[in-house]
Design a protein around this ligand. Structure first.
Ligand code: PEP
Ligand code: MN
Length: 442
């Protein structure tokens, strides 16, 4: 591979595992380098073109999935439920926003987690922190917590299985627009908050009936484009899955359509920023409340020097209490610089707190408030609120509090299944979609 693709090795890489056996890691990397791509460069370019429309204000992004996917969680039911929920949200948002919704899963590769502490202590025992199934196991035992490079191969295969299911579901009739709308009608009928959404669901129904009457039955009603994404944290993995595109001679990380840099690894001069500068995928960078205008502008200069539309998305995660204070200057100055970026709101990571029971959780109301703040800021500046990025699952877990079937802090233990951060459950996710739709009407 060209020198550029290895330049990150000279720079500090935060959040990398301490592999006990470098030789074993190198053998795994060699195997990964010989495996077929999970996605094609041309598909990454298609997503880039869709994200360019987002940057121009002509489309909206819905990106979501688990905080941390697990190998055990790659079942047909779990993947289908996530997909189903995301498609249901997308219809509501498409109708409300009146623009195409670009659908991106935190799926088929979201197996690595940055941690604030390198170790975890339980009852006096200290072990390495869980860093995602790609690195080690969640069980609190020395065996599980020891990083094992064979897990990189398992991550590849688990991604392949998930992507295969996604492709089958989205192209095989399951994603049919009328079917997805019927699921939404069921949700409105069954949900305690449903009354509030009846009007919107009825309007969508009428729009579909009108098109049916006209004889309109486009291909887009039967299949959807769905893209994969993950935080490219473990550089040995994403680098081993980078290939030179035969059409253009340019390098793409073919482990996912889009990859992003997390809040903890986006330092200027970091190995992550360097690696991302040299791949041609559409990329994201998470920006927390301490991000300065200068940080953002330097990141733009490094990651998108040619100002290619669709190449760079900023995924802001400020927190509900901070977004109205911190986001305006960032958006204003970046816009004034002439940079074309898509602005996406992650209303999850700035709103995490610990419940008295010790569970990490989030309030749906805080999530909604951050999204509302995001819309307010962009409206005031005349810029485009380009999308949302959420942690959710299609199952009825009890990890976040609030929502139509109000989950309270005492309920958290009932079904708390996440391997990392708390996710919105199916009902809370649909609530969120309808509430965002309402923001378009206000
Ligand atoms: C995440 O997306 O799960 C995550 C760790 O986010 P951030 O980098 O914004 O903290
Ligand atoms: Mn998370």
């Amino acid at each position: 591979m060209s020198n550029n693709l290895d330049s990150w090795r000279r720079l500090p890489a935060a959040q990398q595992p301490e592999w006990p056996d470098r030789g074993a890691l190198e053998r795994v990397v060699t195997k990964l380098e010989g495996l077929p791509p999970l996605v094609f460069a041309g598909e990454c370019d298609n997503l880039k073109a869709e994200l360019a429309a987002v940057a121009r204000g002509e489309a909206f992004v819905l990106q979501g999935g688990d905080c941390a996917e697990t190998f055990a969680g790659a079942t047909a039911d779990a993947v289908r439920n996530k997909l189903k929920t995301l498609l249901q949200m997308a219809i509501v948002l498409t109708y409300a926003a009146k623009v195409p919704v670009v659908k991106i899963g935190r799926m088929a590769g979201q197996f690595a987690k940055p941690r604030s502490k390198g170790t975890e202590i339980r009852e006096g025992v200290e072990l390495p922190a869980y860093r995602g199934d790609m690195v080690n196991g969640l069980d609190f035992t020395p065996e599980a917590r020891t990083p094992d490079p064979e897990r990189l191969l398992q991550a590849y295969h688990s991604s392949a299985v998930t992507l295969n299911l996604i492709r089958a579901f989205t192209k095989g009739g399951y994603a049919d627009l009328r079917q997805v709308h019927a699921w939404n009608q069921d949700f409105v009928a069954e949900s305690p908050a449903g009354k509030r959404y009846e009007q919107l669901a009825r309007e969508i129904d009428q729009a579909l009936a009108f098109m049916r009457a006209c004889g309109a039955d486009p291909e887009e009603f039967h299949t959807v484009e769905f893209y994969s994404s993950h935080e490219a944290l473990i550089l040995d993995y994403d680098h081993a899955l980078t290939r030179i595109d035969s059409r253009t001679g340019l390098p793409y990380d073919v482990s996912a359509h889009m990859v992003w840099i997390g809040e903890r690894t986006r330092q200027l001069g970091s190995a992550h920023v360097e690696f991302f500068a040299n791949i041609r995928n559409p990329i994201g960078v998470k920006l927390g409340p301490t991000t300065s205008v200068d940080d953002a502008l330097v990141l733009i200069g490094k990651l998108n020097p040619d100002n290619e539309p669709g190449r760079l998305s900023f995924i802001t995660r400020m927190g509900a209490t901070k977004i109205r204070e911190h986001l305006p200057e960032l958006v204003e100055k970046v816009t004034a610089s002439g940079a074309q970026v898509a602005w996406i709101c992650d209303p999850m990571h700035g709103n995490t707190f610990e419940a008295p029971s010790g569970h990490k959780t989030r309030r749906l109301d805080d999530v909604l408030d951050e999204v509302a703040g995001f819309f307010e800021v962009h409206r005031a500046l005349g810029t485009h609120p380009g999308g949302i990025h959420i942690e959710f699952t299609g199952d009825d877990v009890t990890e976040c509090v609030g929502g139509g079937r109000a989950i309270v802090e005492d309920d958290l233990a009932l079904r708390y299944e996440t391997a990392c951060d708390p996710r919105l459950n199916r009902g809370q996710s649909l609530d969120l979609a309808f509430r965002v739709a309402e923001l378009y009407r206000s």
